[in-house]
Design a protein around this ligand. Structure first.
Ligand SMILES: *Cc1c(COP(=O)(O)O)cnc(C)c1O
Length: 385
């Protein structure tokens, strides 16, 4: 096999453009600690995302974990198990208990009809994920949160640039976290941010990523999760190319859709007409009964041809074998108070089924349509290898 095709390929701006962007750093020698590129990126992102306030972080995971701490959240947080491990680990590492709610089969996001039954006097927040960039049922979720006095924190790691009726994904709930990891639609190599509406969150979020220090004064206990100038400069460059890249991804997604839709046993997520997508991922669900083959069998055939889709997200985060034991040993607060079936994946059957049927196919701006044709051929033709 000549070339490998991975699930994604990080975009890089023209070398000269990046070199120009970082040239000033050789004059100032100010290469981290909220310098000029950091400020430039914050301003550009606030505008692009339509956010009231933004705080940049070293990565999306720390942005989420530290935000939960900065908000002072305690007790139980209702969340989805159909996500990257980071979402669940952030809740646990912030000292809270994840309470898993099932998802909708169409958008794979939190099922609002199943949230209320999980609310107890210990619940402090809802933490849904705009998985694959599919927007959650934001109105229904907000209505439930308001009725019960809960915070809503979005893991918007996949939803950069997604809008609904022109309203940005950064504008829902109390706070939204975006990841700028190299594998995401918009990246700063490593990086992330949170967007929020309440100006009173500005100081706590800034301090928690900077050792509790602000303007040379120490206000409390904090960690270190600052974004450096080289990463910020990468973001400044990449943002200029983003809309074009999303356009190119759209063409790839449309080709997949054209070649795979209507095939028995193959299903895509639902995309409501009022949502502008970012084509971050191209998940396909294979129903083994109707398709006649499991997702794993399709994956093996593609791997043999040098094509490496991913099983995002398998297993569900309430289905890791090691969890219960390790968490007991580490003394996660209140774990003994939590119902023993907390990490029972059969409680979230829709999520479990999605995770067993999904394969996220390669997608990125520069993916050749000829390769998309070849991938679809391999998926549909069982005798291809
Ligand atoms: C990528 C990702 C994260 C973590 O972001 P990093 O920037 O890699 O730390 C969190 N949640 C989800 C759903 C992700 O896909």
């Amino acid at each position: 096999m000549d070339k490998k095709i991975l699930v994604t390929k990080s975009f890089l701006p023209p070398f000269e453009e990046y070199a120009e962007e970082i040239r000033g750093l050789w004059d100032t020698h100010w290469i981290t600690n909220m310098g000029e590129e950091h400020e430039k990126l914050e301003t550009a992102l606030k505008e692009y995302l339509g956010a009231d306030h933004i705080c940049l972080f070293q990565n999306g995971h720390l942005a989420l974990e530290l935000s939960l701490q900065a908000l002072g959240l305690k007790g139980e947080i209702i969340t989805t198990p159909f996500t990257f491990a980071s979402t669940t680990w952030a809740i646990l590492r912030a000292g809270c208990i994840p309470v898993f709610c099932d998802v909708l089969p169409g958008t794979c996001t939190l099922d609002p009809d199943k949230i209320e039954a999980l609310i107890t006097e210990r619940t402090s927040a809802i933490l849904p994920v705009h998985v694959y960039g599919n927007l959650c049922e934001v109105d229904a979720i907000q209505e439930i949160a308001d009725r019960h006095g809960l915070k809503v924190i979005y893991d918007a790691a996949h939803a950069f640039g997604v809008t609904r009726n022109g309203v940005s994904s950064a504008c829902f709930g109390d706070l939204s976290m975006f990841s700028f990891h190299a594998t995401k639609v918009f990246h700063t190599i490593e990086g992330g941010c949170v967007c929020f509406r309440d100006p009173f969150l500005r100081d706590p979020l800034f301090r928690i990523k900077n050792f509790g220090i602000q303007e040379n004064e120490t206000w409390g206990i904090g960690g270190n999760a600052k974004m450096n100038e080289f990463e910020a400069a990468m973001g400044v460059c990449n943002l200029r190319h983003l809309d074009k890249q999303i356009q190119k991804r759209k063409i790839v997604a449309e080709r997949y859709t054209e070649l795979l839709s209507g095939r028995p046993g193959i299903r895509f997520p639902d995309h409501p007409a009022d949502v502008r997508q970012n084509y971050a991922y191209f998940p396909v669900f294979f129903d083994p009964e109707t398709f006649g083959e499991t997702r794993n069998a399709v994956s093996v055939r593609l791997n043999q041809a040098g094509i490496f889709p991913r099983k995002y997200f398998w297993p569900c985060t309430n289905d890791f074998e090691f969890e219960k034991e390790i968490w007991k040993q580490q003394g996660i607060p209140n774990l003994e108070r939590v119902s023993p079936d907390l990490f029972d994946p059969s409680k979230t059957p829709v999520a479990k089924r999605l995770s067993e049927e999904v394969l996220t196919l390669p997608i990125y701006g520069d993916l050749d349509l000829a390769d998309v044709d070849r991938i679809c051929g391999l998926i549909l033709d069982r005798g291809a290898i």
